[in-house]
Design a protein around this ligand. Sequence first.
Ligand code: SF4
Ligand code: SF4
Length: 199
Amino acid sequence: MTNLEYKCQLCGTCCHEIPGEYVKRIPIYPDEADRLIEIAKKRNVDFRIIEDLVFPDIKNEKIMVLTYRIRLDNESKGCPFYSKTTGCTIQDVKPLACQAYPLALKRLDAFNFAISIDPLCNFVIMNYDELEKTDLEKLREIFKEEYPKAENFYRKNKKLMFKIRKLEVTNKIKIPHEINLENFNDYLKRWNRTEIRVN
Ligand code: SF4
Ligand code: SF4
């Protein structure tokens, strides 16, 4: 048993870029992007997304978009849904990545991910020594609310990867196993997009 319990310090670091150090990446799935675009329209928030995880499909000459990321506000360098006074203004509908935070998905290879802890969260920094020693069971205790969200995040990601693999083995798409940057950039410029969605 551990006595440590996750308590957000409400510092807002996770909703902003860390100057000079780190480009903040807040990943969202296409269905989440749709939802946030609708909310932003209603609230007149300047909300924009950038393609994040994409695979080229050389069979159909398309770019498959698996996730987007939130474009940070030019001035505040933060998520456009962040308020200096009240923090996240979409608490009830925030993306899975934010619900799970400071737990995150770490990419192991092209198709595999694992649940990990983001070392840039201030709670994590404050408790680094203890968290470094924790096993999975303890992590579940420390991040009682966030761990199940991280599992949902993991499951959704896994479904997405399975969907891609299935399309691949049934010959509906072809993803190059090796690709040079020049070709990839050329595909990005020329090819249409197709979103890959899962529930
Ligand atoms: S959606 Fe909310 S929690 Fe997520 S980055 Fe934006 S303000 Fe922060
Ligand atoms: S960085 Fe960590 S402690 Fe700070 S607001 Fe984000 S989750 Fe909370």
